[in-house]
Write a protein that binds this ligand. Structure first.
Ligand code: ADP
Ligand code: XUL
Length: 519
């Protein structure tokens, strides 16, 4: 048996998945939902309430409490964590944790839980996450300081972007200079969790580091001009970035004593949830696009050659398997679908039936602009939900039309804003919580005119972590690991070629409405 653990500290949950590379099987797959398991953190969807819809922070204590709780329950289930030969994983991208004391100088004691020990180490009690859009002024200032957004994009692969960590750090340094000055170390969620596990100041990897507006993608090191434009003394608070297969330390004694890990178990650099998912979907080589339908919806693919989005919404990140990946992120993903489902009182099976059996492609011309929260792609600063169509639909009295309308609008947005990648995918691999919904897969297949498939293992980001740990520790090639673990399941959603013109027309209407909004 050769067992590798992958963790995924995502927006709404923490997942742990173990692969056995000898048998080619997944031997453990367990998740803990923050909202339901940790109600004391007042984060039903993984983030804290804030009166300003542009501000979205989470409590880092919740993330480490989740680690303790998940390991406790894995141990209680009888699984021997001492059999794990290597650990890696992923975190929601862009979120940042600010520490007074470097993790390397901390020794976790088994006398109390991680959250209690972490509390006094934080120089900022909360962590801004990827849903935060409150840094418009900082983005503008960074772009101006280096010679414009074109320069930021040329260096970092993305224009100055509100949720990215650099603008978030700039806002913190500007609004809370004393707390910023007291910060010894800044982490992404990925390097933070890796650092907690290893009891080390784990470095940020190229995959997740590219989501900061700080990494020089050509040189693969922090960019001097971007550091200078962001905040004073920033270089000293970041470790040099590393490749995603780098060993960052070994599991801290706390986890050995408390949960039975084997002393010396290697911890491999963590990466962002999307780069990790690229590996977990077996899509790390160019040719396959992935639609990830989690809290955010994202569409991503490995890149043949680095290319940036002329509209400025898409991003280039490091591909953990080497080279680069492109990604487009939509903040109105699952939570917007949930908002519609709740409003028209449909549970998920009814939502699925509404699309598959009760409505037609094109939705009889009923269209929704589904911006329940500020949108990342395209940039929409304030919540803005608009309905166009028949009287029952616009009065929210037509549940089935509402279900199809939001999913069609999301799929049309994915198609429109991913056109810069230049390759229309023949196959789209779907993952994330909403990929269980056949209605959503049907609309994606028809709008993209691509076959949509899902993998047998649903937790692709945690799986990507386990596979990266196996690649780093056993020296196996990714191609070798993809064959047993990343095979698509038997189900295929094939596109209906007859609806091409329906979506060309609806796509044009959607584009017209977006153009009116300046997007
Ligand atoms: P994240 O990794 O961002 O925390 P997940 O990939 O776990 O999120 O997805 C969670 C989301 O999946 C939930 O917010 C929920 O809306 C959605 N979801 C779960 N089941 C279904 C379903 N059958 N149909 C549509 N959406 C679903
Ligand atoms: C990607 C992004 C989100 C988060 C949360 O750029 O912001 O997909 O990684 O999943």
């Amino acid at each position: 048996m050769a067992l590798f653990l992958g963790l995924d500290s995502s927006t709404q949950s923490l997942s742990a998945l173990v692969v056995d590379t000898d048998s080619g099987r997944v031997v453990l797959d367990k998740s803990l939902n923050y909202g339901s398991a940790l109600p004391e953190y007042h984060s039903p969807h993984g983030f804290l309430e804030n009166a300003d819809p542009a501000v979205k922070h989470s409590d880092p204590l919740m993330w480490v409490e989740a680690l303790d709780r998940l390991f406790e329950s894995i141990r209680a289930s009888g699984f021997d964590l001492g059999s794990i030969a290597g650990v890696s994983g992923a975190g929601q991208q862009h979120g940042s944790v600010y520490l007074k004391t470097p993790l390397a100088s901390v020794t976790w004691t088994t006398k109390s839980k991680l959250a209690e020990q972490l509390r006094p180490l934080l120089s900022r009690p909360t962590a801004p996450i990827w849903m935060d859009s409150s840094t418009g002024a900082d983005c503008a200032a960074i772009a101006e300081a280096v010679g414009g957004d074109g320069v930021v994009t040329r260096i970092s692969g993305s224009r100055a972007t509100p949720r990215f960590t650099g603008p978030q750090i700039r806002k913190f340094a500007r609004t809370e200079p004393a707390a910023y000055a007291a910060t010894a170390e800044i982490h992404l969620v990925s390097s933070f969790i890796a650092g907690v596990l290893a009891g080390a100041s784990a470095p940020i990897d190229f995959g997740d580091g590219a989501g900061m507006n700080l990494l020089d993608l050509a040189a693969l090191r922090w960019s001097e001009p971007l550091l200078a434009a962001t905040a004073p003394g920033l270089a000293a608070k970041l470790r040099a970035p590393v490749a995603s297969t780098t060993r960052v330390g070994e599991i801290a004694p706390y986890f050995v004593e408390r949960y039975g890990f084997r002393r010396g178990t290697p911890v491999i650099a963590f990466t962002g949830d999307n780069p990790s998912s690229l590996v977990g979907m077996g899509a790390a080589l160019p040719g396959t696009a992935v639609a990830s339908l989690g809290t955010s919806d994202t569409i991503f693919a490995a890149m043949r050659e680095p290319k940036t989005d002329p509209r400025g919404f898409g991003h280039v990140f490091g591909n953990p398997a080497g080279g680069f990946m492109c990604l487009i992120c939509f903040s109105n993903g699952s939570l917007a679908r949930e908002a519609v489902a709740e409003r028209v009182k449909l549970d998920w099976p009814a939502f699925e039936r509404a699309i598959l059996a009760e409505t037609e492609p094109g939705n009889g011309g009923n269209l929704m602009l589904p911006y329940f929260v500020p949108e990342i792609t395209p940039r929409i600063a304030k919540p803005d939900v608009r309905l166009f169509g028949t009287p029952d639909f616009v009065a929210w009295r037509a549940p089935a039309l509402a279900a199809r309308a939001i999913v069609e609008a999301q799929a049309l947005a994915m198609r429109r804003y991913s056109d810069w990648i230049g390759e229309t995918p023949r196959t789209l691999l779907a993952t994330g919580g909403a990929a269980k919904n056949r209605g959503i897969l049907r609309v994606l297949a028809d709008v993209f005119q691509a076959e949509v498939r899902t993998l047998a293992v649903a937790n692709s980001s945690a799986l990507g972590g386990a596979l990266r740990a196996a690649a780093a520790v056993e020296g196996r090639s990714f191609a070798d690991l993809f064959a047993p673990f990343c095979a698509p399941g038997p189900e295929r959603t094939t596109p209906n070629a007859k609806v091409t013109s329906v979506y060309a027309e609806l796509g044009a209407r959607y584009a017209e409405e977006m153009t009116k909004l300046g997007c």
